[in-house]
Ligand binder design. Structure first.
Ligand SMILES: Nc1ncnc2c1ncn2[C@@H]1O[C@H](COP(=O)(O)OP(=O)(O)O)[C@@H](O)[C@H]1O
Ligand SMILES: [Mg+2]
Length: 296
């Protein structure tokens, strides 16, 4: 970590350092004029009126709450964050994401929300089974459940109701989309879709954490349009967009703020961490701050 005069001082906020973070550290290391600081979220304690001297913070925290609140503090004290706290807040919550997509008229699977078990069952009946029930905050497919009929839905909801967090009592439901054994993940960096993959799986939850396999996908104009519209809808930045390909076109399922790309570099041959480092540095240089040019 060199202290060079005039270098951009970039902090990477992290918890567990995964392969993604190692690759990002390498990518920033290759860039000229970068003074990189690793900021372990487990060690920081924000004091009143702390002065950081960072030109930007790149959040790579896997914890939604830590990544979000740390960014709120940095931004409030004048340090731009990538992505911004607002983008993290929207992307970290499936309902906020759905509302942002809805407002921007970006096609997504039909969704409904209820706070009561009976109201949730009625909503599922109205949509038609199978239905997917998801915690509004969560990742890696955890507790994302499919109910094929009313009986299954009843027991699912009963289990959810017994969980302690309020989050599990917000019943966010989606119509099940027959996606043909795969979904699509595209990586947006600023105003570009830099790479895309198909995630194939025998399991209806195609998360690579659950054994989903990545295969390169050429970025069509239609895919690019869907991804850039979704990115814009949530505020822009560096985002992994998950989509379902249907006969009626792409549906955006979710937008991930802290993108995981380790399984996508090899099949696509795209240097995703390199593109991210370049983006952060160009935004810092432009003084455009955390919002990026896509922000509306
Ligand atoms: N409405 C749906 N229809 C079909 N498959 C779905 C639906 N929602 C989620 N899935 C599958 O489940 C996986 C996990 O759901 P997702 O919404 O991405 O939650 P997470 O944030 O936990 O990854 C998706 O990648 C997809 O394969
Ligand atoms: Mg997902």
């Amino acid at each position: 970590m060199s202290e060079r005069f005039g270098a951009a001082r970039i902090a990477i906020l992290h918890g567990v350092v995964r392969r993604e973070e190692k690759l990002l550290i390498e990518a920033f290391g290759r860039a000229a004029e970068v003074d990189l600081v690793l900021l372990d979220e487990r060690e920081i304690a924000f004091a009143p009126a702390s002065v950081y001297g960072f030109d930007a913070v790149l959040s790579r925290s896997v914890s939604f709450s830590r990544g979000l609140y740390a960014r709120r503090i940095f931004e409030a004290r004048g340090v731009p964050c990538f992505n911004s706290a607002r983008v993290a807040e929207i992307c970290g919550d499936k309902l906020l994401t759905s509302l942002a997509l809805e407002r921007a008229s970006v096609p997504q699977p039909e969704f409904r929300v209820a706070f009561d078990e009976t109201a949730a069952l009625d909503a599922m009946e109205a949509m038609g089974f199978p239905v997917v029930l998801k915690p509004v905050v969560g990742s890696w497919g955890r507790l994302v459940a499919r109910a094929d009929d009313r009986d299954a839905a009843e027991s699912l909801l009963e289990h959810r109701a017994a969980l302690p967090s309020y989050m599990h009592h917000v019943y966010y439901m989606q119509r099940y989309v027959d996606k043909g054994g795969y979904d699509v993940r595209a990586f947006v960096v600023g105003e570009r879709v830099v790479a895309a993959i198909r995630r194939l799986s025998a399991n209806w939850r195609t998360n690579t954490h659950r054994g989903g396999r990545a295969e390169a996908l050429a970025v069509s104009e239609e895919l690019e349009f869907a991804c850039l519209s979704a990115a814009r809808a949530v505020g822009g930045g560096m985002l992994a967009i998950d989509l379902f390909e249907t006969v009626d076109g792409y549906l955006v399922n979710e937008v991930n703020d802290t993108m995981e790309f380790r399984n996508s570099i090899e099949p696509t041959g795209v240097d995703i961490p390199g593109a991210m480092a370049e983006h952060v540095l160009s935004q810092v240089m432009e003084g455009a701050g955390a919002c990026g040019r896509l922000a509306s």
